[in-house]
Design a protein around this ligand. Structure first.
Ligand SMILES: NC(=O)c1ccc[n+]([C@@H]2O[C@H](COP(=O)([O-])OP(=O)(O)OC[C@H]3O[C@@H](n4cnc5c(N)ncnc54)[C@H](OP(=O)(O)O)[C@@H]3O)[C@@H](O)[C@H]2O)c1
Length: 307
């Protein structure tokens, strides 16, 4: 642990003097993650599963999350048979009470959390594209993809802060649509593609908002579009042909999580391995603040402490 901290410090000093490539060259070695604890939501399947296996192989202790305990146990077993270690946490992100229980369990079980990857998601093919509501009465795609991760992140921030340097990565998408504050739960007009794209841009607004509030040497917040139409359950539910592989998406996500070139860099949006620009609303500070205030109300959190 101590040596990893020294390594991070050395790289941060180096990167402040030299211009280094953002992306780790594909196929190159990443530093060991031994002693690092990582929570990956939605790691029983698809991109999250593959990322959990890869970070586990680098020596991390991986907190595998999802609803399906059987698939969760398989991921845990595979990680435990290699360099890393793992345990499973079940929680339905369609319930804010479940999110609170998940955060409480993680805080109870662990003195440190170095990396939170908010990855769990449902796509436009969920429920055959019909509007569903969560246990809390909110539009389901908005809650699972964005609002529950908002709450989870907030509840785990104190633990991440005490584990500094630490990171939060939000797995967003290239599918982005401005948050419609007049009908955020799409009660008047529902379209599952619009709901998905709104939830994904909301994640990016949240990432950029948090990046302005924390010292990047302590806590970084970054987000990415992993790859387009990977062959996963989410894409298969859309009845659209897959165009890329989980392998490609996991390479981008692991790069953001483990590349020494990104240490101390915050508020970034990546398209795969390349730094990119998100949709314009993400750069509107007033919209970010408005979404933050609303999210706190919707999740029952107290107002944000002014900076
Ligand atoms: N696939 C793509 O091409 C693509 C492109 C851009 C972005 N993304 C993003 O990448 C992320 C992962 O997507 P994927 O394609 O890998 O999806 P996936 O294979 O369908 O996996 C989704 C994961 O989320 C979990 N999950 C879903 N609903 C949940 C809920 N209510 N409560 C708790 N966990 C839940 C699932 O766990 P259980 O099955 O155990 O419930 C599963 O582990 C998503 O955020 C997605 O928006 C994907």
């Amino acid at each position: 642990m101590q040596s990893f901290r020294k390594f991070l410090t050395a790289v941060m000093v180096m990167s402040s003097f030299t211009s280094i490539a953002v992306a780790q060259p594909v196929g190159s070695e990443y530093p060991s993650l031994a002693g690092r604890t990582v929570l990956i939501t939605g790691s029983t399947d698809g991109l999250g599963r593959e990322t959990a296996l890869r970070l586990g192989a680098l020596g991390a202790h991986v907190l595998v999350h999802g609803r399906n305990a059987e698939r969760g146990a398989e991921v845990v077993e595979e990680i435990n048979s290699g360099a890393g270690s793992a345990q499973f946490y079940a929680a339905d992100l369609g319930s804010l009470a479940d999110v609170r229980e998940l955060a409480a369990a993680v805080r109870e079980d662990h003195e440190q959390l170095h990396l939170l990857i908010n990855n769990a998601g449902i796509g436009s093919g969920f429920a055959d594209g019909a509007r569903q509501t969560s246990a809390d009465g909110y539009e389901m795609i908005f809650q699972v993809n964005y609002l529950s991760h908002y709450l989870l992140t907030d509840l785990l921030l104190p633990l991440l802060e005490t584990s500094a340097p630490a990171q939060v990565i939000n797995v967003a998408s290239g599918a982005q649509r401005s948050v419609n504050f007049d009908d955020i739960m799409m009660e008047r007009s529902f379209d599952s593609n619009a709901a998905y794209s709104q939830s994904k841009l909301a994640q990016i607004l949240h990432t950029f908002h948090l990046a302005t509030r924390y010292d990047a040497a302590e806590l970084t917040f970054n987000t990415l579009h992993p790859a387009t139409m990977m062959d996963t359950t989410l894409v298969r539910q859309m009845s659209s042909p897959a165009r890329t592989t989980v392998d490609e998406g996991a390479t981008a996500l692991v790069n953001l999580a483990a590349s020494p070139a990104l240490i101390g860099r915050t508020g970034l949006y990546f398209n795969g391995l390349r730094e990119a620009r998100a949709s314009s609303q993400a750069y509107d500070a007033a919209a970010r603040q408005r979404l933050d205030t609303l999210s706190r109300e919707l999740t029952g959190l107290p107002p944000e402490t002014p900076l």
